[in-house]
Design a binder for this molecule. Structure first.
Ligand code: PMP
Length: 350
């Protein structure tokens, strides 16, 4: 703290991102990146953009990329909002589309950025406990609120909520915006984007950081009714009119133009997820059913923190959350077959 700080900053409790270690030889299974890398077409597109046009500002509306994403998801470009990673999209959603002064509902346990945004904008957050089996129960979202947000699949549990249950939450809250954060939807879930024309209160956010392997490029987007998108654009243009640079716009567009690469990455992650799940079950772990590119698992007898530490000593990083209810669990990103083999033999050796 310093006398120069605004009082608003004094009270902030910021998000702590997962570790990004400098050593290259680690088996890094802690921040849910895609181990297979982006499509070569993305690299080509970014390289082609490295020219004199960098002196010019990028398209503030990202029109061409919005058209591509809209076409891919069968919506109109005016239903798409772009941001510098879905974290930024979510920040604008909290500001623009939740009714401040009323509690915003999100699951307990979930993505820990949601309470951070509540703190940033002085919104009350109301965590809604998951069931005994770590699932979201739609009936719990019928209470008065200023908006609802949840990831589907949820993080860090990996549990997926079927669209018929998502619809129940939408129907229970016709006067509030319900945000489905689909950061991990491409690994076996069904996107709620198919429902945006049916529910004007639905906003779906997605990212290119996971299935499209572009966490370093920082591109995310939201899809919903044009009225919701307009509110987000007002906030964007009051904050940073150019959230996506020229390289990000070009690379993201190319990522959508290589469907074969995308499908291959998703299929490999899903295949490996099942293999790692079975191997861990054989090693006396309970593994929650996951539709994400990670699994959430606890050992029958050994504590999560100690397991994470022992793996770390072998050069394998996984995520342990020191939080009530989940402190026995490890969140493990699905890696390449070789990385997953290293994990499995690392756990066998303990
Ligand atoms: N939502 C969830 C549930 C996440 O786990 C993440 C990744 N940490 C994000 C959103 C943000 O992803 P990005 O900003 O890279 O798009």
């Amino acid at each position: 703290m310093s006398k120069f700080w605004s009082p608003l900053v004094n009270d902030l409790v910021p998000y702590v991102p997962g570790e990004q270690p400098k050593m290259a030889n680690l088996v890094k299974l802690n921040t849910n990146e895609n181990p297979f890398g982006p499509s070569p077409k993305v690299i080509d597109a970014i390289q082609a953009e490295l020219n004199d046009s960098l002196r010019l500002y990028p398209d503030p509306e990202g029109e061409s990329l919005r058209q591509t994403i809209a076409g891919y998801h069968n919506v109109r470009p005016e239903q798409v909002f772009l941001g510098n990673g879905s974290d930024e999209v979510l920040a604008h959603i909290f500001y623009a589309l939740f009714q401040h002064g009323e509690p915003v509902l999100f699951p307990d346990i979930t993505y820990s950025f949601y309470p951070v945004y509540c703190g940033l904008y002085n919104i009350e957050g109301k965590p809604v406990p998951l069931t005994d089996t770590f699932e979201i129960n739609p009936a719990d979202y019928k209470q008065p609120n200023g908006g609802v947000i949840f990831p589907n699949p949820n993080a860090p549990t990996g549990r997926y909520l079927g669209l018929e249950h998502v619809e129940k939450i939408l129907q229970a809250n016709p006067d509030r915006v319900v945000v489905v954060d689909e950061a991990y939807i491409d690994f076996g879930g069904e996107s709620a984007i198919a429902l945006v024309d049916k529910y004007p209160n639905l906003l779906v956010s997605q990212t290119l950081s996971k299935a499209r392997s572009l966490a370093g490029l920082r591109v995310g987007f939201a899809v919903g009714h044009p009225d919701l998108i307009e509110a987000l654009n007002r906030v964007k243009n009051s904050f940073n009119s150019y959230p996506l640079d020229r390289l990000a716009l070009a690379g993201a567009k190319a990522a959508y133009e290589d469907e074969a690469w995308f499908q291959k990455c998703c299929d490999s992650v899903i295949f490996e997820r099942e293999r790692v799940t079975n191997a861990l079950e054989d090693l006396s772990f309970e593994v929650l059913p996951s539709k994400a590119n990670f699994i959430f698992a606890r050992h029958n007898t050994q504590a999560g923190e100690a397991l994470a530490k022992s793996l770390r000593e072998q050069g394998i990083i996984v995520r342990h959350f020191n939080k009530p209810r989940i402190s026995d669990f490890l969140r493990i990103t699905i890696g390449t077959p070789e990385q997953n083999d290293a994990l499995i033999s690392g756990l066998k050796s303990l």
